[in-house]
Design a protein around this ligand. Sequence first.
Ligand SMILES: [Zn+2]
Length: 95
Amino acid sequence: MNEQRCIYCQGHLELRLVNRLQRYQDRWVMIENLPALVCIQCGEHYYTPQTHDLVVTLITGQPQPERTELVKIYDAAQVTSATESNPSTVKEFIA
Ligand SMILES: [Zn+2]
């Protein structure tokens, strides 16, 4: 039914339910069980316009969140010693 391919690696896309972390009004919100096309090779997520509309409806609209959780936020930039001592390792990791 769907012959779309990943624009990055040309991998097959599969319809899955994913969790999406979204920034909204300076706060993080999590949307669970969001339909997405996921590349089975590299994991890239693709969303349809309908799914995008659904995200907007969920975070700006009437439905109350399913639940609220406290989330620990870490800042990797505050822990720079590892990256400063061996930047080439970091470059490989990112690539
Ligand atoms: Zn891919």
